[in-house]
Design a protein around this ligand. Sequence first.
Ligand code: NAP
Length: 440
Amino acid sequence: MSEVRTLKVALLGCGNVGAQVARILLDDADALAARSGARLELSGIAVRNLDSKRDVELPRELFTTDADTLVKDADLVIELMGGIEPARSLILTAMQNGACVVTGNKALLAQDGPTLYEEADKAGVQLSYEAAVAGAIPILRPIRDSLSGDRITRVLGIVNGTTNFILDQMDSTGAQFADALAEAQRLGYAEADPTADVEGHDAAAKAAILASLSFHTRFALEDVYCEGITKVSAADIAAAKEAGFVIKLLAIAEKIESSEPGNDGGISVRVHPTLLPREHPLAAVRGAFNAVFIEAENAGELMFYGQGAGGTPTASAVLGDLVSAARRVVLGGPGRTETTTGHVPALSISASNTSYYVGLDVADQAGVLARITHIFAEHGVSIEIMRQTIHRDAASNVESAELKIVTHRASEAALAATVEAIKGLDVINSVTSVLRVEGV
Ligand code: NAP
């Protein structure tokens, strides 16, 4: 019987995720060896502070602060430090030394992915990052491998657990954004500085990765239109609920066809609060869970659901990548990388095409509805649903009407022009909300 090879695994970082990865590597060594075809020997763990308390008890002699030396002597490197530097330099050094790398660092991939992918190609090693999008959910490999014989047309993802928790809390309790955020922070779902989550930056980094793999073209963070959830009010949520919708922060990547001759259209990559019909599969994704909904030409609709964060769930994705990379080292041959043969342009938000929900507070006068519907028609935006509720102000005894309008698909530019024109009407008290709608 041939001798089983041993591969040295360097772990960079031993925080929430790294500690669980180390535990599984040590506890499940036999099973991992059977699946990889090689023994995966944890050769060391690089940290900042040797004396920090760890979530898992691990042999003290494994720890080092010398990440550079550890990386140079490894066959496989797992980067779970986070941040840009020194993670970026260590990953580059590892690949230049012939090691395959597994990382969960979406911030780094969003900022400097192309440099890393190119270095992996050049060095002929595998760079894997399943944990960078939607934590435990196997989504990148299914897109890259399982769907490589199909044509993906649209991806809709709930890829940030913090914002999903906050919006779900607002939907189920009627809370305002600030109160739901405070609750998320109290329960540990949101960080003390929640900016990256609530402003949509974290979801945008993941949208760029999802779009790149789905449409075989490298999209950068600058290609992603990004709008967070800080402006979503309890009134927006209540109005959406009454109309049969739920509001979710979605990362969307979709192919937009062009009607102009000689123009092949492009890809709209965006993150924004979105109304979804309450019966849409993504509407059932509650709390801090994540899900990615894919539409493909031949497979049809697919949905992937699970825990989008947390040390142990995320470690599962990291170990999956590690076994796959180890198998590749054992079998030989270049690393499996994503294809970039799509060459489709990223479109600006004004070219995106979706349905809209528009809330209007208008004077209750004869002819108002006709004037409003005329403006929609004039801009080529057709109305699917229009509901009117009359309010009487008790103090002034003046009546006003609340209009809730859902449009058919229209371009962002046409909708923006419609809203601007409506604002100019003397019968409009205010435009209470303009939200994009998917799944109708
Ligand atoms: P974390 O708890 O903050 O742990 C970071 C670890 O890296 C710590 O052990 C820290 O050492 C070490 N470290 C940081 N800077 C270092 C440096 N300059 N030199 C050496 N060691 C350094 O982070 P995490 O939550 O495990 O996340 C790790 C990565 O996974 C991030 O890229 C994150 O975006 C990604 N990710 C996390 C989750 C999640 O649920 N947490 C989900 C998906 C993806 P000390 O312990 O000594 O300070």
